[in-house]
Design a protein around this ligand. Structure first.
Ligand code: NAG
Ligand code: NAG
Ligand code: NAG
Length: 515
């Protein structure tokens, strides 16, 4: 071996040891925009009745993710985004965190912002947290975010920023402020519409960023969750919509669209856009009870039908290698953690075993997704708390059939493998809800098979879940049941504690840590 080569080897190894895989100049800024309860049929590029020029344009110049999945509820989706792990592995497979429940994402989980920080990023968050706050250690500022402005519970008034909740044991509904700047209560924003407030805070953070560091911004909108509130001017394009809820909802979508446009503009004005990756995602399907819509998909928020979990999502960035394309690769919200840490040149060592995959090459280059299977959830305690029109279906199965199948098919669960999706138990409200219009039926019943404890759909050919085919493919059914059984045996016990009356912030307090 000649001397030059030895010397250059020496320099290469020194270089590899002393620098992260991507040098600081190359580390992209990352802005993750999460919408709340935005349905499949609630964005302009899926439904021309919705006016979302910014989302349409950003996604048209980016990559639209059309085979992209989220969880059917707020806390679970955020939990998987932050941990890269399925709910069965964090104990959070059941429902959401209610304001008085004393738990949060387990403190032993390493969260996405902590990993970004280790990779050298400034980590900022604006908006909805909903990952637990009963003690200070659970707050976003203690879990990896350098800066935070937002609210900690699941929903609130868009102007007063008050959340109302039942205090356990008391005959009392407490309405109290839920808005914080860092860990301090922010009490002087009454009357400021949250979509304006949050985008303004995000824009301020971009302007005040640490100049030497790349930026990770998690913009977690309140929009477009209920209550349905929006400044009048956003209703102008929707005078033809008769349904009152739908009209307000559409206005809220347009306000959020404008906010995304403003935030993108701030990245451009600060000279950051050329080296920025923007991800847009909803957290779950639309809630048809509050103006949302997932047509033509079946079901809605709270259900494991496609309407609950197939999410609106796209990536927009000058760094994409195939901008202007549509991706039909299987991608899940748990995939963002390894994907974004990979883009940052960081490391996921130090997390517990991940369920997510790095899908950047699938998105940017159009490669096949490394994800072949997706556990949607297993929740033995499932109940649908929102009324579903019509009769609630009865699912019963003889004990011996259940035993033969290995997996207890009374349990609410679903799994996807390539084109196949298997559902067991009651998946949640099972109707098809067309976009609301005056005097129309507000739900649709196809002449479909009655619900069964085990159902199989070919999602690629039948995304609307109209043709149940378990009888035609018994081997696929057996295989997917055995996969569910394997996941079930590796799941951790559900954390879902009783509400704690000490959560009461009192007449003048704010929701926040009490333990
Ligand atoms: C609210 O108070 C904070 C801290 O005192 C201040 O920085 C902020 O500008 C105030 N906002 C408004 C809208 O008055
Ligand atoms: C976007 O920016 C414009 C111009 O500053 C402003 O009028 C509008 O209220 C902003 N919209 C939102 C949703 O923040
Ligand atoms: C099967 O699951 C259902 C729903 O979680 C539960 O009520 C039932 O006890 C389970 N049966 C067995 C045999 O474990």
């Amino acid at each position: 071996m000649d001397r030059t080569r030895t010397v250059s080897r020496f320099f290469i190894s020194v270089f590899l040891i002393s620098f992260p895989a991507v040098s600081a100049a190359e580390q992209p800024n990352i802005v993750f925009v999460l919408a709340d309860d935005l349905g499949w049929n609630d964005v302009g590029y899926h439904n021309p009745d919705m006016k979302t020029p910014n989302l349409d344009k950003l996604s048209a110049n980016g990559v639209r993710l059309e085979n992209y999945y989220v969880q059917p509820l707020c806390t679970p989706s955020r939990n998987q985004l932050m941990t890269g792990r399925y709910q069965i592995h964090t104990g959070m497979q059941h429902q959401i965190i209610w304001p008085c429940q004393p738990y949060c994402v387990p403190l032993g989980e390493k969260l996405l912002p902590e990993l970004m920080k280790e990779a050298g990023y400034s980590t900022y968050m604006v908006g909805k947290w909903h990952l637990g706050m009963y003690k200070r250690e659970c707050l976003p500022t203690r879990r990896g975010f350098d800066r935070y402005f937002g609210y900690l519970t699941g929903s609130e008034d868009y102007y007063t920023h008050e959340h109302c909740a039942q205090i356990p044991g008391e005959k009392l509904t407490r309405c109290a402020l839920d808005l914080r700047d860092g860990e301090e209560v922010a009490s002087n924003y009454t009357g400021v519409y949250s979509t304006h407030l949050f985008s303004q805070k995000a824009i301020e953070m971009v302007a005040q960023r640490a100049p030497a560091k790349p930026l990770f911004l998690f913009m977690s909108f309140q929009s477009v969750h209920s209550p349905l509130q929006v400044p009048e001017r956003y209703l102008d394009p929707y005078s033809s919509i008769q349904d009152h809820n739908r009209k307000l909802y559409a206005g809220m979508v347009s306000a959020m669209d404008e906010a995304v446009g403003n935030i993108t503009q701030a990245f451009k004005e600060n000279g950051l856009w050329d080296n920025t990756v923007l991800i847009f995602s909803t957290d779950n399907g639309g809630q048809t009870l509050f103006g949302g819509n997932n047509w033509p998909l079946r079901g809605r928020k709270w259900s494991l039908w496609e309407g609950g979990i197939r999410g609106v999502g796209f990536v927009s960035s000058p760094l994409l290698e195939r901008p202007g394309s549509v991706s039909r690769e299987l991608i899940h919200i748990s995939d963002w953690l390894p994907t974004l840490v990979g883009l940052a040149g960081g490391s996921t060592r130090g997390t517990k075993p991940l369920d997510g995959f790095n899908v950047w090459n699938a998105i940017s280059k159009g490669f096949a997704s490394p994800r072949l299977e997706l556990l949607h959830n297993i929740d033995p305690l499932y109940e649908d708390i929102a009324p579903c029109p019509g009769k609630s279906p009865q699912l019963t199965l003889a004990e011996e059939v259940r035993a033969k199948l290995g997996f207890n098919v009374s349990i609410h669960a679903a799994i996807r493998s390539s084109n196949w999706k298997l559902l067991t138990g009651y998946p949640g409200c099972d109707l098809w809800f067309p976009p609301p219009a005056s005097n129309d039926l507000d739900f649709e019943r196809y002449p479909w098979d009655p619900l069964k404890p085990v159902m199989l759909f070919d999602i690629e050919n039948d995304p609307e879940e109209k043709h149940e085919v378990s009888n035609d493919f018994p081997n696929i059914v057996d295989y997917l049941l055995s996969r569910l059984q394997q996941y079930q045996s590796g799941s951790v016990p559900i954390i879902y504690p009783d509400a704690d009356p000490k959560c009461d912030p009192g007449p003048d307090g704010a929701w926040g840590p009490w333990a």
